[in-house]
Design a protein. Sequence first.
Length: 846
Amino acid sequence: MENAPPPAEELVILDRELGQIEARRAQLLARRAWLLSVMQQAVAPQNPFSPPGPAAFGGGTGARPPHAPRDASTRSAQNVLLTLGGILLTIAAVAFTLVSWGHMGIGGRSAVLGAVTALALAAPAALLRRGLVSTAESVAALGLALTVLDVYAVHRVAVPDTDGLAYAAAGSAALAALWAAYGLGFGRLRLPLPAALISAQFPFLLWALAADAGPLTLTWALLATAALDVAVALWGPGRAVRPMACAGAWLSGAGALLSAAALSLAAGGSGDAVRPGVLLLAIAALALFAAWRAPAPRAATAAPDSEASTPATAPSASPSPSPSPAAGWSPLAVACSAVAGLAVLAAVGGVLRPALPAAWAVPGYVLCAVVLAAVVRANLPRPVMLGLAGSSGAVLAGGTLWALPPVAVAVLGPAVRTGRAWSGAPTGLREALPSGLPWSWTSAAPAVLLAVAAVLAAACRRTEPGTAWRTPAACAALALAWAAAYATPAALDLGYPLSLVLYVLLTAASLALAVRPALAGAARAPGGLALTALGCALAAAVSVSLLSLAAQAASFAVLGVLPALYGAAAVLGRGPLTPSVSAVAAVVFATGLTGAGAAALGLAPHQAALAVLAVPAATALLAARLRGHVTALPLEVAGAAAGLLATGLAAGHAPTLALVLALCGVVAAGTAVRADRRPAGYAAVVLFVLATWVRLGASDVVTPEAYTLPVTVPALVVGVLRRRRDPGASSWTAYGPGLAATLLPSLVAAWGDQHWTRPLLLGAAALAVTLTGARHRLQAPLVLGSAVLAMVALHELAPYVVQVAGSLPRWLPPALAGLLLLAVGATYEQRLRDARRLRDTLGRMR
């Protein structure tokens, strides 16, 4: 006795054998075409005296005789006759309609319409037997349209008093059944079955409307329509029907789901929410059934083409086991199971919502999502598990978005009240935050965040290490847990001192988690979890430092603890990021503590700037001790930022600003003593020069040399040192900036000076610079000195030249110009040689 395989395995075997048959058929058709071409070549007449064509050398098929004109085939003649007959019948029907239709009553019209409908529905049978598929489709479409008119005629003749909606429901159901039977009877017609499906979308809704049903019954009607569409999509015949049924199921099901969810949300009590809940559970059952029965992707069940192309080995090959219908990655199954999960959550949450306080309605739905995520097991089909998990995740994500605004208020709210610093410690934490917030609504936000964090943590624990989303999920869980902890004091309206203590402890805990890999002896840099903890610690520290500004004692307490915490994190942290960020944060909070101390002493801003300068000095000393450590450079950068803050504080008082700039220059010069920080010497020079200028400006000094000489002297010293170290260096880079810094401003001042002292001194200095450049063959001093000397001489001689030119006759200047041109022209070649010699001489200079 032969054992039949299971249906799934037998289906795989049949698909494989059909593929083999199709491949073999293609091979036979190709062989047949080749044989026909060979036979045509063999019977083609050829002139024996003609030269051989390409076919004689195997290069082609040779010349073919022209095809004789063929007579019209029997099928073509038949199509022409049928088309002409249809046209004649159409003309006759139109003539009958125009001439005789008006003389008939409604009964006669109905009889004629019924007869025409019967003929139109029967004609496709004969047309299909003759192979006129397109003509049969057209006639069948006409017949289907006539059936709608027949239904209307029956209503007018037989049951005119029947309710229109009820009759429309019955008529659409009858038409759907008739068209479905007609389409199944004539399987080659593609139009009747989709038309029957479209007609089947209306009966349930029309019956509900005819009965004056309420929203709940109408939703049940939508669900019944969706169930019918699901049945057709799963078991309906024909490829043209199933996609339409699937689309109809989605539209009807979405309408039913939205309507049922709205009814559940509008329920005033748990008892009123039961009936929409039952409806939602029915929707979930239908969606889950559709997900379970949805076919897997074709690649998961069909045999490979390579197997289908080997008929010799296929019968002996053992059939591969077929996966279950929902075992593949079917997007349709995933979407259906997600809809089922959302419907279940809406049903259960809708029953719980009226029994909970208004602020805990969203947490109720979140609790249902947590339970659903907990009961989803890996032994479920993959698409079903993904869909249910996705629906749970969607509700959890919505709950997270609902709970984030209270966290934002708790974190960013203290920044709004910074303008009222040290106005007095509030009694409760909410008094230190912006007023007018619905605190009763925010009381449940921490619970929602903790629940979502717990779900993410559980998902990470159940996931194998190395999964792509495991680390992001763990980071998100940590961030949500931190957000829940930070929002709890405001949600519970704890006291202001207790809230500060809790926030500082939360900052310390976050920092401990950030440096935990280093404490555990990990060899590699901290991962995403430690960096997330570091970000949470920074957010908490900034927020609590702003919150502490409400009271003076709180400010000193918080700003005194935070530098110590971040300093410890900078020492204990590992990797390039955690120690650096912690060191910068420690410097920032230490600067804040220094500023708070200056404010407590009642110092003016320019006086507080001198106190703030202690921070860059301390960071420079500490960075020198930590030479080579990863935190050295961040410490120096943070100290420089503190020095910039001190400069800004002293900007309103010029003498103090000069002192601050000078002290910053001292710090920079001390830093430049280190071999690896030599570039800081340039910053020191700039700061000293700026300090000198500010001091001179504060003393109302307007002489430009007082401002330029402090720049020129150090610049020339640097140039000398550079030329000593690199004799090949250009004099323009070594001495040009220093000389130009004094010579050019002094030249501008000399041209507007009415006295003789500045031009004399400037000319003497320019002469000395020119002689020095010529003596040492330096291009920059020679060019700059000679140019300035010439301009000074021109300035001094200009009045006399003008006076002499005014006393000479008018014809003398043109005559002198002519003589000059004659002299230059006579010695032109010599002048060119002199110019080239001068250019070469200057070019050889450095």
